[in-house]
Design a protein around this ligand. Sequence first.
Ligand SMILES: Nc1ncnc2c1ncn2[C@@H]1O[C@H](COP(=O)(O)OP(=O)(O)O)[C@@H](O)[C@H]1O
Ligand SMILES: [Mg+2]
Length: 463
Amino acid sequence: MGTTIRPRERDAILQALRAGVVPRVGQQHVQVGRAEEVKALLSDVHRIADGGSAFRLAIGEYGSGKTFFLNLVRSIAMERKLVTVHADLSPDRRLHATGGQARSLYAELMRNIATRAKPDGGAMGSIVERFITAALTEARETGTTPDAVIRTRLASLSELTGGYDFAEVIGAYWRGHDTGNEQLKSDAVRWLRGEFSTRTDARAALGVRTIVDDANFYDQLKLLARFVVMAGFGGLLVCLDEMVNLYKLANTQARNANYEQILRILNDSLQGTAAHLGFILGGTPDFLLDTRRGLYSYAALQSRLAENTYATGGLVDYSGPVLRLANLTPEDFYLLLTRLRHVFAGGDANAYLVPDDALTAFMTHCSSRIGDAYFRTPRTTIKEFVNLLAVLEQNPGTDWAPLVGTVNLVAESNPDLAPLAEEDGSARPYATDGSADRTEPGVGSNSASASSLEDDDLATFRL
Ligand SMILES: Nc1ncnc2c1ncn2[C@@H]1O[C@H](COP(=O)(O)OP(=O)(O)O)[C@@H](O)[C@H]1O
Ligand SMILES: [Mg+2]
């Protein structure tokens, strides 16, 4: 723990935690537990880089750390030279749709496309640029023309579903590069990002007949996985969070179509036919286990995802597609508090604002207010602890002991437990504008805004 923490990183971590969201950088400074889970995912990352595939469902209760874990896996994957994309599902973003919601999910994934050099997303342009650079290098080394090298490389894509136009678009980027046509380059990148909404526009700009749309969502991801390898990366990791939004689809037909898409992905992964491509999906136990609307309502998925019957009563199995995230323990939580104190002090043990006693006092206080939720679903408790340190920092000489007792806590409630709309059967086909099967928009979409609005945190501390 003797590491120093850069001020910018420190501020980013603390700001996120105070807003109730998972930090996007510097997670390793606060991470506790998850050693086995990380090991399992690390082996997936290696398999993807070796040309294989991976599929995992990270299942955990509301607030148990799914989003945190997905982010952690993402940063590990980038570290190992994979390209990552990630998005939250929502009523407007799904794996399967006919009203534009799958393209919308694709576009969101592409906005967040990230590499080690561009961990904050928006990396599509630089990935294509790397592909060109790699081709130019090969052309120089082998004494061939760049055109020939690029054509050969793209030929292997053309054999895949949708690969012809994908290759055409990369070809257009190369022409733009070669002739200094910036417009052509940016149109090609826009196409790859799923930002063309009509075929007519795509045809006018790039001469291709197709666009990324609902129907080719998954094929495009498979093509992209192959392409990033040609650009010198290990493969593609797709992280999807808030899968509970599929469970919440009221229309049975729409829900099943999405589950069927998951089945395709799972089958490809089990059969090893999706090269250099991995998926990790974050969801609650309901999303998985509910036999009426969860993945288990879809017979083919239930049989493939059935958990290892030997892994009960404390025995675990990290090799199957379902990865159960255990709840954090009080010991984990104590360690987490020491980490938060350390981060707050910028990594300087001499600058700690409170002694160890304050950590245990804080835990006792939390426990008396909200029971074991304080460590099992620690979003609020983490937030309040950081707030407490903020007050102590800004009011030097203040005694921590009386302050701990004033920390106000309410147990968090899972927004997903709100009543769901009933199934509307086939009365309104889901294939219209997507509003037919929409549940309450925004609920459970894990938005930062919801919690950051109530930002008068310090109001709970009266000095
Ligand atoms: N392994 C962990 N180490 C440290 N903090 C964690 C860990 N897992 C979760 N957290 C923190 O707990 C809170 C809830 O985690 P989150 O990932 O948002 O839960 P979920 O997505 O399952 O609802 C967040 O503040 C997060 O930063
Ligand atoms: Mg989450």
